[in-house]
Design a protein around this ligand. Structure first.
Ligand code: SAH
Ligand code: SF4
Ligand code: F3S
Length: 449
């Protein structure tokens, strides 16, 4: 490639999970330190980072169509953007991307992006750079401090996965489970709060596998970290995702009943309601193990909103086995759920299992599942009507004077009020839709002295 002028503007496009959103923000901060500015809306950027996801086939294929589109729109604007591919597709298919997409200058894996500045220098000189090393945790130490962000911020506390569910690429793209040190997390959380965050969501592929030592040298788990973070005065809300049933501890369950700032919402994926399928998935828990955890969490925090992930059409899934998934959905009465058609991923054991399910069968099962999930979500929202709660305002609504915030149960609530982003206001939930609720600001009672 020909040498190019150093980029003045960048755009980071993140796909996939919240951890990619977090990584995308950190890459942006790193580029900012290099004097590169975010590209103004509607303008072509000099440097585009595609921060990719490899979890399902469609997500991975998107990379190549996006690269093609970038080259075309660059040509139309008379420029040739530097293209970097980051994230999990970069990790899994780095060499293939370099071979298939000559327009790409940089391939950088999720554990190596702190080295972006050096790679960028090479790309500017006309070279191509690939870095998919997985040095445990090194990147966090090499990143700049946190800058002003939205009121709801993400904080990666744990990365990687040792579970090896038979369908999943994450253990290959994100590497082994590691926990970031306690003191680093407290410092980063304090910086985020100083920069305006009122809510922090702790992130990890298996966030409840986090372990560390507190400032007194005691061994603690995620619940201990949550209790320590709750002491930061201006941090008002704590959430965490995604947890795994096998790493759930009595301490974490108790925290749901005891820590006011820990929001009443739990995302705990189960994937299937059938034990034979769970075994073939290598989940290492049964449907009953899972239900027992939820029962205890509900006992600790009766109003908790529950959410989960489901896969339909895992190889060999029979109609009766799928019916067990519908059954567990009805039993739990989730407030929200994510559900996916099984997607065979190269290199995973399930991809070569017998009994791959026809796409039309998967389509039909997904539809039935989503209709049950939608039913329960709407019912949960309807049951919230009449409750008074605080919402954290995150953005403007469609009309003047309208604001959208999140309830403690992670529902979107819109309200007419004189407010600002980052405000926490008390509302009564007045009307429920399938995906959001209307809140009404409660008139303050003024009592004469
Ligand atoms: N660590 C989390 C989530 C990881 S990925 C956990 O174990 O729960 C997010 C979700 O994507 C998974 O929960 C699963 O429902 C879905 N998923 C992962 N691999 C998939 C595949 N090959 N096909 C379809 N869905 C998949
Ligand atoms: Fe993937 Fe399973 Fe690990 Fe979750 S626990 S990231 S689904 S291997
Ligand atoms: Fe996707 Fe990687 Fe997250 S595969 S879901 S971006 S960990």
């Amino acid at each position: 490639m020909k040498p190019s002028a150093p980029p003045k503007t960048y755009r980071v496009k993140s796909f996939g999970c919240q951890m990619n959103v977090y990584d995308g923000e950190r890459m942006a901060e790193l580029l900012g330190e290099q004097g590169i500015a975010p590209a103004p809306e509607g303008e072509e950027a000099d440097l585009v980072i595609l921060n990719t996801c490899h979890i399902r086939e469609k997500a991975a294929e998107k990379v190549y169509s996006d690269i093609g589109r970038l080259v075309k729109s660059g040509e139309a604007a008379g420029k040739k953007p530097l293209i970097a591919v980051a994230g999990c597709v970069a990790q899994a298919e780095g060499e293939e991307i370099m071979a298939r997409a000559p327009a790409v200058s940089i391939v950088v894996g999720p554990q190596a992006y702190h080295r972006l500045p050096v790679m960028l220098d090479k790309a500017v000189q006309g070279g191509r750079a690939t870095d998919t090393d997985m040095p445990a945790i090194a990147k966090f130490d090499a990143l700049p401090t946190r800058k002003k962000r939205a009121p709801a911020a993400f904080l990666t506390v744990q990365e990687g996965c040792d579970k090896f569910c038979t369908y999943c690429v994450v253990p290959y793209t994100r590497g082994a489970e590691i926990s970031r040190p306690f003191s680093h997390l407290i410092v980063e959380a304090e910086k985020l709060v100083e920069a305006g965050a009122r809510e922090i969501t702790l992130l990890g592929q298996n966030v409840n596998a986090w372990s560390g030592e507190d400032d007194k040298g005691r061994s603690i788990g995620l619940d201990g970290l949550i209790r320590a973070l709750a002491k930061i005065a201006d941090l008002k809300r704590i959430r965490y995702t995604t947890s795994h049933p096998n790493d759930f501890t009595p301490g974490l369950i108790a925290a749901h009943g005891e820590v006011d700032k820990l929001m009443p919402y739990l995302h705990l994926p189960v994937q299937s309601g059938n034990n034979r399928i769970l075994k073939a998935m290598n989940r290492q828990h049964t449907a009953d193990d899972y239900l027992a955890i939820l029962e205890q969490v509900r006992a600790a925090r009766p109003d908790i909103a529950l959410s989960g992930d489901f896969i339909v059409g895992f190889p060999g899934e029979s109609e009766a086995e799928f019916a067990d998934t519908l059954k567990i959905v009805d039993e739990v009465r989730y407030a929200a759920c994510f559900s996916f058609k099984y997607s065979p991923r190269p290199g995973t054991p399930a991809a070569t299992m017998d009994g791959q399910i026809a796409p039309e069968v998967m389509d039909e099962r997904l539809q039935r599942l989503q209709s049950r999930i939608g039913h329960h979500q709407f019912a949960f929202n309807q049951a919230s009507v009449g409750k008074t709660c605080t919402i954290l305002i995150e953005r403007k609504g469609r009309h003047e004077g309208q604001w959208i915030g999140k309830s403690p149960w992670l529902q979107s609530v819109w309200v007419e009020a004189s407010a600002e982003i980052g405000d926490m206001i008390e509302v009564e939930l007045a009307e429920a839709g399938p995906n959001s609720l209307k809140g009404v600001v409660k008139p303050r009672l003024v009592t004469a002295a």
